[in-house]
Design a protein around this ligand. Sequence first.
Ligand code: ATP
Ligand code: MG
Length: 414
Amino acid sequence: MAPVKPVRGTHDILPKDIGRFRHVEETAREIARRYGYGEIATPIFEFTEVFARTLGDTSDVVTKEMYSFDDRGGESLTLRPEGTAGVARAFISNGLIQNLPLRFFYRGPMFRYERPQKGRQRQFHQVGVELLGIADPLGDAEIICQGADLLDALGLSDKVTLHLNSLGDTESRATYRQRLIAYLDGHRDRLSEDSLQRLDHNPLRVLDSKDERDRAIVAAAPILTDSLNDESRRFFDAVRRGLDTAGIPYVIDPRLVRGLDYYCHTAFEFVTDALGAQGTVLAGGRYDGLIKQMGGQPTPGTGWAAGIERLAMLSEGAPPEPRPIAIVAAGEAPQSAAFALTHRLRRAGFAIDIAYTGNMGRRMSRANKVGARATVIIGEDELARGAAGVRDMESGVQEEVSLTSLETFLSRFR
Ligand code: ATP
Ligand code: MG
């Protein structure tokens, strides 16, 4: 074992890079605020059952990707691979049914044992939303609008396309399942090993296969849309009308199915071709069966999640960090005055950089290096007069400022 290496598929986000991540997260939080979605934070691990029961025993996530372990008490726990199951669990365990409808926003790390590549990690981060207790198709339109607003606020509208489909209700999916099995049965000899397995356990998932040969077969498969019953069709039309009204463009993608078992009716993905194979940046859909399946009262739900890393890679970057003010003591004697002043200014809300060692020249070059907007120079003579030199690092102009009015003077450099 090599203890100084990070675990494969995990990454350190260094201070110089974290601004882009925080920008995605904070933009998502701001959009969530506008839509009335309150932030919820659930644990990063849950009983394995929480995911196994809800994601479906045949889903890729459950069969191949979960980080599960037995804790010291012998309980099987799993690092969350996604956010919805935990939010649904929290909804049930906190007895929140009285408060419906509920709108939740979350952010945080997720864990999946996947083959690491660009845009695909074993620990990654998501922002997401869940809307519980609204069976109306406008609920789906609402969360899709919210996703579109987030991408727009990040400057990504031109880089993404919204793909939309309907999986229909249980009856429609059962009808389709039969038609799909009948079709795929005729191609058994050419399907990949994975897809043959899926065909027996969860045939809809064959549509999701990334195998080239499977894709050719899937391209000619019957489409779900043709199996939708009247009720499902009406639902789908209402979602589309909602998006049309809001002016959100989309393409209908009849082969779009979501990887997880609990979805019904609406399924959607915002995709880009700017990230290679990892093109889905924000994805979600309706999951009316989920909460009942977990043992709660039947409660409709709809939501989405977006990968923060993928969004950060796509967006031009965060607004620049505000620049600090540097404190430079000219010599040994003013050092403690400089330290006291630093403390005072930080408490007053200024971002202060201070060096403790080196001569005046080295300290000035550090002030330059950290991009200081202004430098406060504490020399013995000025100090004796109750003042300090303040240099505007942009213009190079330096003036003497009384220590008592320093906060007022410096506020122009904030
Ligand atoms: P993919 O088809 O790329 O595997 P998925 O269907 O497994 O995606 P979801 O479960 O819908 O993804 O997760 C929502 C979003 O989270 C994805 O669109 C993507 O942006 C991000 N995401 C999912 N898995 C990873 C990962 N391993 N590394 C980085 N981001 C990820
Ligand atoms: Mg995946």
